[in-house]
Design a protein around this ligand. Structure first.
Ligand code: COA
Length: 328
């Protein structure tokens, strides 16, 4: 790589409303003990409000990021948004964010790689900087999962929450930033995790609405197994090919889908839980927002030069890992 792209600022946004396990007990046949022991989740945030789409959270995160990093809106070259819940089928969430955050005229596009979306977007954005094409790239991961969940389906509604996280990427001359990345995929995973109705193959009809086909469908068992194996493999592979031992890694930043998947990944990589960023108990699975929300919450604990391994798995199937050196 010519130049590395480093994260020079991070910001998160979660809505105020907390959907607790006790509240879910009133909605579906479930209980706190089951949810905590099988997933590690205690509560998740839900975005309320008429016409409040994912952009509400993404815009908050990006505006606060610009302010915090003292970045002029006119200096931003590109916005990439990772999401499966854009406000509309089109235009993209990134376009809406660029407009509302007063960055007119710049390129902006979405990446749909489900729970791997932020990692994919980070890798794409960092390449754009490494080639010298752009100097300031905003990558935002945001999802309003509550908009596509069936709150009568106990197998999915307990898992997800709403949130957004954004990072600023800039060139770095000191060897910090994204040093290696890879992405993987397997489209045959479609049958295990999808949202059918409303796509071009299955346009939405009254009958499909009645069947709830416009909500997330998940066959949890196969997804769980694949998530464990791909997250673990990905973490190990990127560590091995960068000659990083468990001692060399300061932080593992895993996608937050299930505490048991996180534990298995950390175990496989030989990393103690103290080195693993985990906030799933507070937010559940916020899909494209989990990794930046972790970086945001751990920002003050990190030091320049810290080695981070980011690892994700999601619908598609999609997966990947990134090795980055923290820059500040
Ligand atoms: N509360 C109580 N019981 C529940 C429940 C709930 N919310 N959801 C499912 N159950 C029941 C099931 O009906 C099943 O009952 P049965 O044995 O009588 O059939 C039992 O609990 C066990 O279900 P199972 O699906 O085997 O549980 P699990 O241990 O596999 O956990 C998930 C289910 C969804 C938590 C787990 O499969 C998972 O995390 N999958 C991957 C999720 C994921 O990563 N998704 C996003 C991709 S990033």
């Amino acid at each position: 790589m010519d130049k590395t792209a480093a994260i020079s600022g991070v910001m998160g946004y979660v809505p105020d409303f907390r959907l607790t396990n006790a509240m879910l007990e009133e909605m579906v046949d479930t209980n706190d003990e089951w949810i905590v022991s099988r997933t590690g989740i205690k509560e998740r945030r839900i975005l309320k409000g008429e016409q409040a789409g994912t952009s509400v959270m993404a815009i908050e995160a990006v505006n606060r990021l610009l302010e915090k990093t003292n970045t002029a809106t006119t200096d931003v070259d590109l916005v990439i948004a990772a999401t499966v819940t854009p406000d509309m089928r089109f235009p993209s969430l990134a376009n809406i964010v660029a407009d509302k955050c007063k960055m007119p005229g710049i390129p902006a596009f979405d990446i749909n790689a489900a729970c791997s979306g932020f990692l994919y977007a980070l890798n794409v954005g960092s390449q754009m900087i490494s080639t010298g094409l752009y100097k300031k790239v905003i990558v935002v991961g945001a999802d309003k999962m509550s908009s596509i969940l069936n709150y009568k389906d106990r197998s999915t509604c307990i898992l997800f929450g709403d949130g957004a996280g954004a990072v600023l990427l800039e060139p770095n001359e000191e060897g910090c930033g994204v040093l290696d990345c890879f992405m993987g995929g397997d489209g045959s995973g479609e049958k295990y995790l999808n949202l059918k109705a409303g796509g071009s193959r299955t346009p939405l009809t009254h009958e499909l609405l009645d069947l709830g086909a416009h909500y997330v469908f998940q066959d949890g068992g196969p997804v769980f197994k694949m998530a464990v194996s791909k997250m673990a493999e990905s973490a190990k592979l990127i560590m091995e090919r960068n000659q990083l031992s468990a001692e060399d890694v300061h932080w593992l930043v895993p996608h937050q889908a299930n505490k048991r998947i996180i534990d298995a990944t950390a175990n496989f990589a030989g990393l103690p839980i103290e080195k693993v960023m985990v906030n799933i108990e507070k937010y559940g699975n916020t899909t494209a927002a989990t990794i930046p929300l972790c970086l945001w919450e751990w920002e003050n604990k990190m030091n320049p030069g810290d080695n981070l391994i980011l690892v994700a798995f999601g619908g598609g199937f999609s997966w990947g890992a990134t090795y980055l050196k923290w820059a500040y």
